[in-house]
Design a protein around this ligand. Sequence first.
Ligand code: PXP
Length: 236
Amino acid sequence: MLLGVNIDHIATLRNARGGVEPDVIKAAAIAEENGASSITTHLREDRRHIKDEDVYSLIKTLKTRLNLEMAMDDDIRYIALDIKPYSICLVPERRQEVTTEGGLDVSGCIEKVAEFIKPLLDAGIIVSLFIDADEEQVKAAAQTGAQFIELHTGAYSECFGYKEEEQEFQKLKNSAGLARSLGLKVNAGHGLNYENVHRMHEIEGLQELNIGHSIISRAVFTGLGEAVSRMKGLIE
Ligand code: PXP
């Protein structure tokens, strides 16, 4: 199973000061050097973290693959067609949300999704649809022309360790099995962390996990000691 690292939170921190640090390009390179098989960024309509210039730089500097998360927005699609990432992942997007809150409602708009992704597919970009672990959504995704789905693991992650965990986990497992039987390839992500990720191995055929928040959060603490002692050394 492969690991895709989401670097959006590096950009969130950078934008808090409006400067250039921490550098998202450097963060992506470190992730790649340490085993990431792809780098994911979500170019949101409000550009709250990753910005256009970031994706234009990443496409030139990445040694692995760029997976661009995007909403069904014509302007963002224009950028995707211009930079041609290895893959895009279509997600729902609401301006008020803190992060992507639910999967894309593909069953409610199969034709609209199919039409939106066609130019991307024609350009040779792999298309993935971020959906909830729901039979109806999986069947709908299989009718759009997308090659991949990314199963939303948020509900499983939130229930991890509670009695609902098994039920949410089985939904993921069943959805992955159904998707594969319909010819779709399956990724997963959202809310996965160092405690709950191990169960993803129980889901047959998962190709890649896209993980951001827990990795960046851990990096703060694994790096904080060194950062403080280095500054102290400079001051002394
Ligand atoms: N996959 C998708 C489609 C997402 O929107 C996100 C969050 O940006 C992730 C994976 C990663 O989620 P997390 O940051 O909780 O690991």
